[in-house]
Every structure is written in C-alpha cells, then in structure tokens.
Design a protein around this ligand. Structure first.
Ligand SMILES: [Zn+2]
Length: 157
C-alpha cells in the first residue's frame, strides 16, 4: 500500500497518531482516498479503525481502514469530511476525504466520526465547539448517563 501523497503520520496533539498536511489543501479539494477491507456485522474483526456504513439492504457494513487514513483523528470542528459509499457490484467501499476549509501545511487533518450513541466515547479534540463526547449530534438523547454528563451541548442543532 502506497504512502498517501501530501499527508504524514505524526504524534498527534489530539490523540495517539494523527495525520498532518504536508501541502496546502484548498476548501473543497480531495484530500485522500481510504483503502480498506470490508467486514459484516456477524464476522469477527477489529472495528477500532473502521468506517461504519450500510449496504443496499440497510445492513451495517464496516470498512476497516487499512492505510494511513486509519490515523485521521476525530474533531468536533473538523477540517475535512469523509464520503463513504458501498459499491454492491464490486463488494467494496469507496471512501474519500474532502477539505471543508483551507488546510494549511502542518495542520492536522480531522473529520467528525459522528459515532452512534452505543459506541460513543469521551472527546478530547480541543475544539472550541467540542461536544465533550464523540457522538453523532442526532444520537445525543440516547447516550448513557456517564457520557451524557460530559456533554458540553444539550442537543442537536
Ligand atoms: Zn471534541
């Protein structure tokens, strides 16, 4: 698997490893594609670095990121967004990250993981708009009490 052009894996100020820009990305520009391996709900696999999406029958699919994109950290105020779609005919997923704003050299590239409430985690992204929990804003009402106490926002919106 080739190294992703324009990005570099470093120790992150947010968490563990992260990916920083080695060149400038303009708002709307493709940052990278994410290569991975497809897993289904009933299989044994490690979902730590997997994008979660649905197949054409609304069944959950896991795209286990198998390249450097697995080190992209979450931010509640992200500078990129991932678009992941299942391609049934090829039993594969196409995942692409696009810049939400201009990304400067040295800036960490992040996106919003928007976890379901059932797999939400405390967030330490450091953004002024940090929700306190890595969770889909639409699932805040379903958070368990221990995570709900960490919330810095009341609900979606
Ligand atoms: Zn946060």
């Amino acid at each position: 698997m080739g190294r992703i052009e324009g990005l570099e894996v470093v120790r992150s100020r947010i968490h563990g490893y992260g990916m920083i820009a080695r060149r400038r990305f303009a708002k709307g520009e493709l940052v990278c594609y994410g290569d991975g391996v497809l897993w289904r709900d009933d299989e044994e696999f490690d979902d730590t670095y997997a994008l979660i999406l649905e197949d054409e029958h609304k069944q959950p699919l896991f795209w286990d990121l198998a390249d450097q994109t697995r080190w992209l950290n979450h931010s509640c105020d992200p500078n990129s967004v991932v678009d992941a779609k299942f391609i049934p005919a090829r039993e594969t997923v196409e995942a692409a990250w696009t810049a939400l704003r201009d990304i400067e050299i040295g800036e960490e590239v992040t996106y919003d993981y928007a976890f379901a409430a059932s797999v939400a985690e405390p967030c330490y992204c450091g953004a002024a708009a940090c929700r306190g929990v890595i969770v889909d804003p639409g699932e805040i009402d379903q958070l368990p009490d221990d995570l709900r106490r960490r919330l810095t926002i009341k609900r979606a919106g």
